[in-house]
Ligand binder design. Structure first.
Ligand code: PHE
Length: 345
């Protein structure tokens, strides 16, 4: 019976250990190659028949008990170690904080500002996919195949996927919106567009467009468009009122189409949007929605509508006096911090 007593003493000793390597060391003393119990098992070889079986059973029972005790104690030790670690790594929330907070990039800041304002005025704020089909980017916008406008927008086509491209304009969101929503519809969409342009001070192969669309079965005219544009431009530049000028232009999806200019003056070399300024600045395009576009959207009531579209980067660059579009995409923290501090003041 001596081995039972030794085992019991061993189990009691194990229960006092809270350290895994100490438990392992004790384990090897008992169950290892030349451990106490292993030696007992070796003695079995000299026994015969019945004796060997009963002695074997006895030793195995002891082995199981010892192993259970060891495994249990390892579990306890692991839990204790984890508790200790959690306690040590406890974050002291009373320590002084790092006061350097991040801020929104000015493009994000302006996007949010415009979206919030227009949402508050009941406009839907919509976006669509950046990978588009030719139908939404061109056909439905009244730009048939082989129309020169397709070339002028230097499209990135997606290789191996027929009719698939990176959208060149957010006008495709208008189509999706008109297919889905009942009239009257007032919407703003802001998103990334892609054109195969070389990156330089004023061009980027990726930039953002802001587009507005208002459609109703009741008459809407150019006067309404001018009013909406004046409010939009004044809001973007944060001024009370603006003076706009329309120049005849061409967009396949609007008729008539126009370029929108805004009156400005120069103050200390900086552009200042100013109702009584003496020069004109080109801002973007606009027009009355072409009847063909309504047809492509499946609208047969012949409604009235206007649309306008601007490059966000251009607006932001004019507003903040930035003369290189690349500084909007660079990771130069000095520039990013400088402009975001102006934006949030
Ligand atoms: N989508 C046009 C462009 O990319 C801009 C525009 C939008 C013009 C809506 C008129 C009306 O140039």
């Amino acid at each position: 019976m001596e081995i039972e007593a030794t085992a019991l003493a061993f189990i009691n000793a194990i229960k006092k250990l809270n350290n895994i390597s100490e438990i392992d060391l004790e384990k090897s003393k008992f169950l290892g190659k030349s451990g106490i119990l292993t030696k007992e098992f070796k003695k079995l070889s000299v026994l015969d028949g019945e004796n060997k079986i009963s002695e074997g059973k006895r030793l195995n029972a002891i082995k199981n008990q010892v192993e259970d005790a060891i495994n249990n104690q390892i579990k306890i030790a692991k839990q204790l170690a984890l508790n200790k670690k959690l306690k040590e790594e406890n974050v002291d929330i009373t320590l002084p904080v790092n006061k350097e907070f991040g801020s929104l990039h000015i493009l994000s800041y302006e996007i949010r500002r415009i979206k919030e304002e227009y949402k508050a005025h009941g406009f839907l704020i919509l976006d669509g996919p950046e990978v588009e089909t030719e139908f939404f980017n061109f056909d439905a916008l009244n730009i048939p195949k082989y129309h020169p406008a397709r070339q002028s927008q230097d499209t990135f086509y997606i290789k191996d996927f027929q009719d698939t491209l990176l959208r060149t304009q957010t006008s495709c969101v208008q189509i999706r919106a008109m297919q889905k929503n009942a009239l009257p519809l007032s919407m703003i969409s802001i998103g990334k567009v892609y054109r195969n342009d070389q990156l330089d001070a004023t061009h980027s192969p990726m930039f953002h467009q802001i587009e507005g669309l208002v459609v109703d079965n009741k008459p809407i005219n150019i006067g309404n468009l001018k009013d909406a544009l004046s409010k939009f431009v004044a809001f973007v530049f944060d001024v009370d009122s603006v003076s706009l000028r329309f120049r005849p232009s061409f967009f396949p999806f609007t008729e008539p189409s126009m370029e929108v200019d805004c009156c400005y003056s120069r103050e200390n070399g900086n552009i200042k949007i100013n109702k009584d300024g003496n020069s004109w600045l080109e801002l973007g395009g606009a027009g009355m929605v072409h009847p063909n576009v309504f047809k492509y959207c499946g609208i047969d009531t012949e409604p009235y509508g206007f649309a306008f579209g601007f490059g966000l980067e251009r607006l932001v660059m004019l507003k903040y006096g930035i003369n290189d579009i690349r500084s909007l995409y660079d990771t130069d923290m000095r520039i990013l911090k400088h402009y975001s501090s102006i934006a949030s003041n």
